[in-house]
Design a protein around this ligand. Structure first.
Ligand code: ZN
Length: 161
């Protein structure tokens, strides 16, 4: 899907309008970004705590548009643009799906992003999420029980033969 299709779809499915409202409510100034992306710069609300977050084709940023568009931030910009593609596909369904994914990730690892399908697709490292958090012990246990066959012994355990 090209950038123009994403711009069009997020406009039609209403998520960009919501993004503009969120930006204005957060005291942000709307600036033109790249590829039809808008940037709500100097977003001032304390929630959410992230430096950047995306709603429709609008990327909210606590810093200036220039800061986000700088070459050294291209991975972060790409990460947020990936979320825009998710909004283009899912429309308003993005929100319940994303929060469910956050809930699962937090339950399993204590991080909102590490096991979050949407953040994994957008790139954990670029989004500032830890990539190597283990599952919480009880989740490992439940998953071990659900899987067929004996659990794999941890490295260093004596072998059966
Ligand atoms: Zn993200």
């Amino acid at each position: 899907m090209g950038p123009r299709a994403r711009t069009l779809l997020t406009a039609v499915n209403g998520t960009t309008v919501v993004g503009l409202v969120v930006a204005l409510a957060g005291g942000a100034k709307i600036r033109r970004g790249r590829d039809g992306v808008l940037i709500g710069e100097n977003y001032r609300r304390r929630v959410p705590p992230a430096t950047c977050f995306t709603v429709g084709s609008v990327i909210m940023c606590r810093r200036s548009a220039e800061w986000l568009l700088a070459e050294e931030r291209s991975a972060l910009f790409g990460h947020e643009c990936h979320h825009r593609g998710q909004y283009a596909v899912l429309g308003p369904l993005f929100w319940p799906a994303y929060w469910a994914a956050c809930g699962w990730s937090y339950t399993a690892t204590g991080s909102w992003g590490t096991r979050n399908f949407f953040e994994k697709r957008a790139g954990l490292h670029a989004g500032g999420y830890p990539t190597d958090l283990p599952l919480r012990p009880w989740v490992q246990k439940v998953r071990g029980r659900a899987a067929s066959g004996p659990p794999t012994p941890p490295p260093g355990s004596p072998s059966a033969d």
